[in-house]
Design a protein around this ligand. Sequence first.
Ligand SMILES: [Zn+2]
Ligand SMILES: [Zn+2]
Ligand SMILES: [Zn+2]
Length: 366
Amino acid sequence: MASETKTLTASCHCRNVRFTVTIPKTSLPLKIHLCHCTICRYVHGAPCCFHSPLPDGIDLDFIAPSSKDKLTSYTHPSFRSRKWFCRTCGCHIGDSSLTGEVSWTISTSIYDANREDEGVFKVNSHMCPGSTGDGGLSSVFSVVDGHELAMVDLDLPVIASTTTTTTTSAPVPIAEKTAPQQETTRTDEQLLAQCHCGGVSFHISRPRDDFIAGEDSTSWLSPLDKKRWLASMDLCDDCRLTTGTNVIGWMFVPVDHISPPLPSNLLVGSSKAYQSSEDVVRTFCGTCGATVFYWCKDRPHIVDVATGLLRAPEGVMAENWAVWRAGRLAWPENGIRYHEGFARALMEGMERWGRERGHAEEFVIP
Ligand SMILES: [Zn+2]
Ligand SMILES: [Zn+2]
Ligand SMILES: [Zn+2]
């Protein structure tokens, strides 16, 4: 007799968190919602999360030596759930009920097998696109694996975005929802980046004149606009398994354009560090689990800032601050191998979105 259940295995990058869930086949496919709300963005550091509820009563079956002790939990008075992430690598694994019954919503990006085959998963909706300011990835693609995604806006509290200035000169014009204009930029502006709990908080400044005039500007600034930083979406497996989301956005910022000044170990506030490979250090908030920085030995004066933390008033794509490399995402082969339908929707969507909004088709990230 054919099995009545399907067992799925999930793990974080460091594999200290590794578990299975066993689901009745009648509950398949698991419906994935991409949640764009401020909570999900600021706890993950990503443009959105990829969540799917399990049927009530199905618990995580940890594979020894993994156990629930390897996780940190985080909740907040505004939450309807408790969030859990790996205390070693920071990967978000999902949410549990606040009321004690067994009810999990899992980050589907950490399942070993997340393919559209066998009808196990179905990307179903964009949740809370209204809280993004600019639509975020919900305005980049609307069809995955041939399904039109539902747009579901819940009435959630929106955490205000702010840009602060260090002088008392005239206010910055409110960003138009069109391709950003260089004349709206001011060199004294500061862009806030902050995780949900506020334990990690810092400011990014505009490229300074000495940087623009220097040798590095050809590598790290776009000829399209030297007052914005370069940014790219990344589909690599290491990012997926340290963040718990299929995709993360990175903005490439020189360490000396971040304030307060970054210590050499990159640990700001409640940050923790995780070495994901020999030459790469990633940091995340030890309290809420938000991905913060990627740093590698080859270019030590640059950090990649997780764009999900950015509090740009114009929206989550921070278009007044970022020139996105829209024609090419980082590590597309990883994304295609993991979930081809999603990766292709994102790649094709970004290409079109970038062309319409005047972003870069291509540049090389050194
Ligand atoms: Zn881990
Ligand atoms: Zn959410
Ligand atoms: Zn935090």
